[in-house]
Design a protein around this ligand. Structure first.
Ligand code: C2E
Ligand code: MG
Ligand code: MG
Length: 803
């Protein structure tokens, strides 16, 4: 308890037995009569008529005023109550005067006033000049949770209050004594100890001389409003605290974004503008939006306002401190009961870090990790944009020549460094606005936006090729690099990125076919190589789909024509193109490195066939298998050969591995090592196509092969010119002196055969004898060959020769 209870202990002079409403109303009316009579009794002797009239008027006025006031608003203020009171008093004073002239009328007035008091919802009290409560209205007692008005009678009204409220009560009391009606709001406990809030108005009651004889106090119970207000204030405070501590701006805008009803404190950290500035100048934040983002933002605001739908915008602002920030604003329309949008509420947040993270992710997703250039998806995205906007552009597809070879010889780390150097070179050689991408491996692509002039693009491509061949060599160890470039144009060669990439790719392929280190524009001619191009694309599937087959060609003894050995020659049995020769796909297999797998398959299949033939009685038969440069660099070749020989239980000497000179020359030391390892296995080595490359007998001596195979282009010269015959004789002689055997390839005529036999060539191979064919047919072909040229025919040949 804040203070000692100012009311008297519970006792009653009134009948409290009645429980029904009627009895209660009667009792209440009687008490109001007493309340009024009290004044008349107390003050009537001194100023019978005027005072009585006044009191009646006041009481009735309070009643009427309160009724008016209640009807007007539940949340009426003290001022309104006072005005109502004054109006009531003024109006009824006249009535009172008239009533006062007549006792009967007086009683009627008392009854009326009593009725009005009954209707009054305030706690009405009459205080004496010492602030003692003389009487309390019936309803007032109920508001104070007293059992009856008597319980409160005699209590010191000032003692109800404490602290500041006590001071306010004393001020109001003193002011009322001085003749000024005063109001104040304060809380005091009821008789049950429950705190209630009151809006109290004190007015003086004066006699005919103007002396204050009593005070009338009307206290409106405003507990509900105060609690509501308190709850609202607390919520407001909570909101304010929350709003001030988050970097979010909560706002309430008018329905068409003309002015703000509310902007939270977050406006300052987010926009750099104080909330109150936005209230006074609602467009201040729009002034910060970057010009290029403003239009879409305004369009979205217009959409929200006109369609009454929720919306969201992301835009950049330049804050007053110069900082560039990303903002996301979300807005929701709020409608009234009729469905009209009455305001737009929303939230704005700083999403700069989110945008930065997204941008970093985007960069990561669209950047080539090795070179830092754009990647394929970034390139495609750029092309899509240009195609959509109908901006003409040139696309260059750049593929390094023989990069696979470089990759294998340099090792991956050095090759990666080389790719980085190449990326830099491309960047430096091209205009700064060119979009340069690495598509993977050694493939690069460039978009030259706005440029479709072929002369300009050709100049650019040529300058790129020029810098490749000189600039990329950062140190002496770096290899000489060339590239092939295919160029397609939008819209001439395609209307979408796929068509343009394919055209450029085909053009690049044509440039490669045309001898590498060059460029081609996409055109009809380069589209013609599409066949080869498609072939290349389907190559990786060929091995798994068992599309490779082996044909075999006999290697014959020149005198008896007996088959001493067989050369395995691979073919690609293409599902739609039929049998494809090795010349069309071996270079592609070599470039892609896929030759290693295919080569291993050839080795196994060839030796499997040899094992079958040997088991069928051809015990001395040998198998020649071609091995390319790329296979030679891969040290698994030794294991592959060893494994195949063991698997098919074949002596190593029955296998002859054919290597071209150029294969040996690509990396002589590595080739030498592998060669030695193969030789240690016991395998024979042949130098294939001798006479087409270096034709260096010095290297022959270094590699010391078992066999030299004279290329068919040489053989073709036999019979045409005497010099070729002399050279071939010289090669055979020198090879024999070095302990090597000689096989002549491409023997197509009897004359060539005879010349070779005369020159003591060890073996001959060519269409004149047997063509490459499948294993089954070869056996028949050899049989018929011997039958055709049997010993007699051969002797005939011999006779002719001796002639
Ligand atoms: P190569 O090793 O010099 O094989 C001989 C080529 O000459 C074969 O062509 C054969 O069909 C052809 N030929 C044989 N006799 C004559 C003739 O009298 N006249 C004419 N005009 N040509 C004749 P093919 O089968 O097209 O093979 C071409 C090249 O492909 C081979 O040349 C070889 O370097 C390569 N090759 C073939 N099979 C394989 C393989 O399994 N692995 C590797 N790495 N390369 C292979
Ligand atoms: Mg060969
Ligand atoms: Mg050959």
């Amino acid at each position: 308890m804040r203070f000692k209870a100012p009311w008297r202990p519970k006792h009653s002079n009134f009948d409290r037995s009645g429980g029904d409403a009627h009895a209660s109303a009667t009792r209440s009316s009687a008490r109001n009569q007493q309340f009024l009579s009290y004044f008349l009794g107390q003050y009537g002797q001194r100023s019978t008529i005027p005072l009585a009239s006044f009191l009646i008027a006041v009481a009735a006025g309070v009643g009427i005023g309160t009724l008016v006031h209640r009807a007007a608003s539940e949340a009426a203020t003290t001022l309104r109550l006072a005005l109502a009171l004054a109006a009531g008093v003024a109006g009824l004073v006249a009535i009172g005067r008239k009533l006062a002239s007549d006792h009967a009328r007086q009683r009627a007035a008392i009854a009326l006033a009593s009725g009005l008091l009954n209707a009054n919802r305030d706690c009405l009290k009459v205080l004496d000049t010492d602030a003692k409560m003389l009487r309390v209205s019936e309803h007032g007692a109920a508001l104070m949770e007293a059992d009856s008005p008597e319980q409160l009678a005699g209590a010191d009204w000032l003692n109800f209050w404490s602290g500041d409220e006590r001071t306010a009560a004393e001020d109001a009391w003193r002011a009322a004594l001085a003749g000024t009606s005063t109001s104040f709001t304060g809380s005091c406990p009821t008789t049950k100890g429950r705190t209630k809030w009151w809006n109290s108005t004190l007015s003086a009651v004066t006699d005919e001389n103007g002396a204050v004889v009593a005070l009338l106090c009307a206290s409106e119970d405003v507990t509900q409003q105060c609690e509501l207000l308190k709850a609202l204030r607390e919520r407001d405070q909570l909101m304010h605290e929350m709003e001030s501590h988050v970097r979010l701006v909560f706002y309430s805008y008018s329905a068409h974004f003309e002015h703000f009803h509310h902007v939270s404190a977050g406006a300052e950290p987010v926009f750099g503008i104080k909330a109150h500035e936005l209230i006074t100048r609602p467009s201040a934040w729009l002034d910060l939006v970057l010009p290029e983002d403003l239009e879409p933002l305004l369009a979205e605001m217009h959409r929200i306002a006109s369609a009454g739908v929720e919306g969201r915008s992301e835009y950049r602002i330049r804050r007053p401190d110069g900082c560039l920030r990303w903002i996301r604003s979300t807005a929701y329309p709020v409608r009234d009961e009729s469905g009209n949008v009455v305001r737009i509420i929303g939230v704005s947040e700083d999403i700069t870090s989110e945008q930065e993270r997204l941008a970093a992710l985007d960069r990561l997703a669209h950047t080539d990790g090795l070179t830092g250039l754009a990647n394929r998806s970034a390139l495609v995205r750029r092309m899509k944009t240009l195609c959509t906007q109908n901006v003409p552009f040139g696309l260059m597809f750049i593929d390094l020549d023989r990069f696979k070879v470089l990759n294998d010889t340099l090792g991956h780390t050095a090759a990666d460094r080389l790719l980085q150097d190449i990326a830099n070179t491309i960047q430096q050689a091209l205009p700064s606005d060119a979009c340069i991408a690495r598509l993977g491996g050694d493939e690069f692509a460039v978009i030259i936006s706005g440029e479709t002039d072929k002369v300009a693009l050709a100049t650019l491509a040529q300058s790129l090729l020029n810098v490749f061949s000189c600039d990329v060599r950062k140190d002496n160890a770096a290899p000489f690099v060339t590239a092939s470039i295919g160029i397609s144009l939008f819209p001439e060669h395609g209307r979408d990125h796929e068509a343009l990439l394919t055209s450029a790719d085909i053009a690049m392929y044509a440039a490669k076919k045309g001898g590498r280190n060059g460029f081609r524009f996409a055109d009809k001619a380069s589209s013609d190589v599409l066949g080869d191009f498609e072939l290349e694309r389907s190559l990786p599937m060929a091995l798994a789909s068992e599309q490779f087959v082996l044909h075999f060609q006999g290697i014959h003894e020149p005198a008896s024509l007996a088959v001493k050995g067989v050369e395995a020659l691979v073919r690609w049995n293409h599902p739609t193109r039929g049998m494809v020769g090795p010349g069309s796909f071996i270079p592609i297999l070599e470039e892609s490195g896929f030759i290693v797998e295919v080569g291993a398959w050839v080795m196994d299949a060839a030796l499997a066939q040899l094992a079958i033939w040997r088991a069928a009685g051809r015990r001395g038969l040998c198998m020649s298998v071609n091995v390319s440069a790329r296979q030679l660099r891969d040290d698994t070749i030794v294991a592959v050969v060893d494994h195949a020989l063991r698997k098919h239980a074949l002596p190593p000497r029955c296998l002859e591995i054919e290597l071209t000179e150029s294969a040996l020359m690509e990396n002589p030391s590595l080739a030498q090592q592998t060669l030695m390892a193969l030789k240690r296995l016991g395998v024979r080595i042949a130098i294939d196509d001798f006479g087409t490359g270096y034709s260096s007998l010095r290297y022959l001596a270094d590699f010391s092969p078992d066999t030299v195979k004279i290329d068919r282009s040489f053989t073709a010269g036999l019979g045409r010119d005497a010099a070729t015959a002399s050279i071939i004789r010289g090669i055979i002689q020198m090879s024999h002196e070095l302990g090597m055997q000689v096989t002549a390839e491409g023997v197509e005529t009897e004359e060539q055969l005879r010349t070779l036999r005369d020159a003591s060539c060890d073996h001959v191979q060519g269409y004149f004898l047997t063509k490459p064919m499948d294993a089954e047919h070869l056996v028949d072909a050899c049989r018929s060959l011997v039958m055709r040229y049997g010993p007699s025919s051969l002797s005939l040949l011999a006779t002719q020769r001796s002639d």
